[in-house]
Structure formats: structure tokens, C-alpha cells
Design a protein around this ligand. Structure first.
Ligand code: SAH
Length: 411
């Protein structure tokens, strides 16, 4: 364990239970941090809390406890049990893909766990939680009892402020079943599993845990898929930044007459085709467009295309603070173009998953896109991530996904 003594006056955020401690607040370090545990002490010697230690990150500690409670196996067990209890109440029927543990929102900073059917995918997003892997994995196995458990380590990469792991380059480890049944090498264990099937509201999806983004699927958009399904009967749907086309499958399940997926990634579109097949929908090549969304939209706007429903769910355009201005321009461009494609009385679902672009800024950007497009829209719903993605009030930074459901109105 390492003991970190704060500079005088730098204890306020910790006393407000904010879990992030920045390196600039630290006056002095004592001991080593080999076990990944840091104890945070104020300038007068009072122990304020303990957390995971990530020496390479600007956020050098993520606090798991406040006060004297130690970091041990029973803490992992009780935190995971609390997470499980929430999911037992909020996950809809016929749904076996959902988030089991959402980092700060479940008081487990640096740990994401997603369930896909029988498989739990643990993502350790900080160097500190990477060094707790054995304990976290054992507790996850005990509390969630998955058939299989995979670990994805993205922590050291995050800590150095680098972008998320590129597809195909994740450091993955497939762990044996609890009973210790033999597994092949890491690679073949993953290959056997991937992509992993699961259900969401009775629809079949696959998580591409080996090459995919996040832990393989965008579970955080479940509520928006549910809403889209309810709005889709007889409608045409254009799904921008489709990834594996989950929005389109939800729309078709709701009776959409056509849904088109547009993404720059061929492997994402390959999985999109597979999603339609698995749910009994026809696979027409013209419904899968591999293109840059900005260029393709300009072309379609010029051609005068009209869609009943347009969805825009781009990747995070702002990964650091200095990106925000450029990101704002990107969001404005994509929304202006998307708005021009929306039919009278049609709908636009526009999303941003950049935490650095907050809800009010995003709404302003979308407003100015509407002005430039010469179109009026009314906000009919706001929808971010579902209840299995809780956000701690102590750490509002955990809220990243914003979705605005807009209806075109005549003005
Ligand atoms: N809406 C998806 C998640 C989108 S993730 C879902 O609900 O599952 C963002 C997607 O945008 C990724 O699949 C990525 O390949 C794609 N992408 C990134 N930049 C792009 C661009 N310029 N044009 C088209 N697609 C892009």
C-alpha cells in the first residue's frame, strides 16, 4: 500500500466523496503501491479513504472507500452484490445482455462488467484496478456466477491518456470456468466464444468481444432501442454510425418498412447482417452502406432523400478537453445534414457519448444545427443510458450518453 498525503486545503473534494484524486493534490508519498492500494491522508494525518492506485494516470487514485474501511475481498463481494441487486430489479424480461457493474455508478471505480448470456466480460479501465484483477475476478465469479468470464485490460492505456484500444488489439484473457474446466490458449478460448449471443427484449444480438468496441456491444442504448421499436411501424429508418445495426433490428421488430445501416467499419456491418438474419429479417445488400457518414450524408442531402426516422449515434468526438470545440463542429455538421433528411412529421434521434460535451451544450449545438438546416424540431424525449448504467451523484462525470428525440414540426 502507498500512503498519499494531501497538500493543505486539497481535501475538500474527497470529503465531498468525489472518488477522483488528481496527482496535483498530493504533497508526499510513503511506501510502495505494488498492491494497487492507496490510502489518502489529509495534511493533518486523518485517513480520508482508500482506493486503487494508478501512478501513470493524472487521476492517481480512484477512491473505493471513505474513512477507515479497508480494501479487501469482502468489499468487492459487497459492492458486486449491491450491483447485482439493482439489476435484479431493473433488467427487463427476455434480456440477458446488460451491464452488471458500472464503475463509479456502482462504487467500483475502474471496473466495468457486462453480461452477455452466460459470459461476463470484465473490463479493468485503470492501472489500479488491473492490479486487483485476481480479487475482482474471484468476487465477480462468486457473486455473478457466469459460465465464463473474460477480462479485458484497458487500464494502462487509459492511464497514459491514450485513446481506447483499437479493435483487434485488446488485451484479453479468457478465464476458466469456476470449476476449473480446462481451456485452450487465450486466443482459441476467445475464438470459440466470439461473438457471444444474448437477448435484449426478446431479440437476438451478438457481442463482438474480441474486436468490437466497448465490451462488444452498446448496451447503454437499450432504452433508445426500445423507444425506436415503439415508433417504427411502417416507417423508413436511416441508422447513422450503426456499428452492428442494433437500432435497425429494433426498428424492424417494431414493423419498420426498411432500415439502412451506415458505418465506416466493414466488420461492424458484417455483424449487422448477421443480426438481421438471426432475428428473421431479410438481408438486402443495399441496406448496408460502408461509407464516411459526413460524405455520404452530403451526397444524400443533395439527392433529396427523405426518411421517416434518422438516428445519429456517432463515436465520442471529444476525448479530451482540447477536442471540445472541434467536436462541437462535428456534432453540428452531422446534425444539420441529418435534419435535412427527416420527413415532415418525422423523427431524429441524435446522440452524443462525449462526456466532455454536457447535456446543455449538446442541446445548444443541435439547436444551432436546426437553424442552419432551416428546420424546426421539438424535443419529445431525452433518453440516456438505462438503469443498469447508474451514475453516482458524487461523480456526475459518469454521465456521458445523451439522446435527444426530436420531431420535425412545420414552422
Ligand atoms: N449506434 C451504435 C454505436 C455507434 S459506435 C449502436 O447502437 O450499436 C460508433 C460507430 O461509428 C462505430 O461503429 C464506428 O465504426 C462508426 N464510425 C466512426 N466514424 C465514422 C464515420 N466518419 N462515418 C461512419 N461511421 C463512423
Amino acid at each position: 500500500m502507498i500512503r498519499l498525503v494531501l497538500k493543505p486545503g486539497r481535501d475538500a473534494s474527497v470529503r465531498r466523496r468525489h472518488p477522483w484524486l488528481f496527482s496535483g493534490a498530493i504533497a508526499e508519498a510513503r511506501g510502495d503501491g505494488f498492491d494497487g492500494v492507496a490510502e489518502v491522508i489529509d495534511a493533518r494525518g486523518e485517513v480520508l479513504g482508500r482506493g486503487s492506485y494508478s501512478p501513470d494516470s493524472q487521476i492517481v487514485v480512484r477512491l473505493w472507500t471513505f474513512g477507515e474501511r479497508p480494501i479487501d475481498f469482502s468489499l468487492f463481494q459487497s459492492r458486486f452484490a449491491q450491483s447485482r441487486a439493482l439489476r435484479e430489479r431493473v433488467v427487463p424480461p427476455a434480456t440477458t445482455g446488460y451491464r452488471l457493474v458500472n464503475s463509479e455508478g456502482d462504487l467500483c471505480p475502474g471496473v466495468l462488467i457486462d453480461r452477455y448470456g452466460d459470459v461476463a466480460v470484465v473490463e479493468l479501465t485503470t492501472g489500479g484496478t488491473e492490479s486487483w484483477e485476481p480479487g475482482l475476478v474471484a468476487a465477480a465469479q462468486e457473486v455473478f456466477s457466469p459460465g465464463r468470464l473474460l477480462v479485458r485490460r484497458s487500464g494502462s492505456v487509459h492511464d497514459r491518456g491514450q485513446p481506447p484500444l483499437p479493435p483487434g488489439d485488446s488485451s484479453f484473457e479468457a478465464l476458466a470456468k469456476k470449476e476449473g474446466r480446462g481451456e485452450g490458449s487465450e486466443g482459441s478460448a476467445l475464438a470459440d466464444l466470439n461473438p457471444i449471443p444474448f437477448l435484449e427484449n426478446g431479440l437476438t444480438f451478438f457481442a463482438d468481444v474480441a474486436r468490437g468496441q466497448k465490451t462488444g456491444f452498446f448496451l447503454d442504448q437499450r432504452q433508445n432501442r426500445t423507444r425506436l421499436r415503439a415508433f417504427s411501424a411502417g416507417k423508413t429508418v436511416l441508422n447513422l454510425f450503426s456499428y452492428s445495426g442494433a437500432f435497425s433490428v429494433a426498428a424492424l421488430a417494431g414493423g419498420a418498412s426498411r432500415a439502412v445501416d451506415l458505418d465506416s467499419s466493414e466488420s461492424a456491418l458484417a455483424l449487422a447482417r448477421r443480426h438481421r438474419e438471426a432475428n428473421g429479417f431479410a438481408v438486402n445488400e443495399s441496406d448496408f452502406v460502408r461509407a464516411d457518414a459526413f460524405e455520404e450524408l452530403r451526397r444524400r442531402v443533395e439527392a433529396g432523400e427523405i426518411w421517416d426516422v434518422v438516428i445519429s449515434d456517432p463515436p465520442a468526438f471529444a476525448k479530451k478537453r482540447s477536442d471540445v470545440e472541434r467536436a462541437a463542429r462535428g456534432y453540428k455538421d452531422i446534425n444539420r445534414l441529418a435534419m435535412k433528411l427527416v420527413a415532415r412529421d418525422g423523427l431524429l434521434l441524435t446522440c452524443s457519448c462525449s462526456g466532455l460535451v454536457d447535456a446543455s451544450l449538446f442541446q445548444k449545438i443541435v439547436f444551432s444545427a436546426g437553424l442552419e438546416a432551416g428546420r424546426s424540431f421539438s424535443l419529445i424525449a431525452r433518453q440516456g443510458a438505462a438503469e443498469d448504467h447508474p451514475v453516482s451523484l458524487d461523480c456526475p462525470e459518469g454521465e456521458y450518453l445523451k439522446g435527444l428525440w426530436l420531431k420535425r414540426v412545420d414552422s
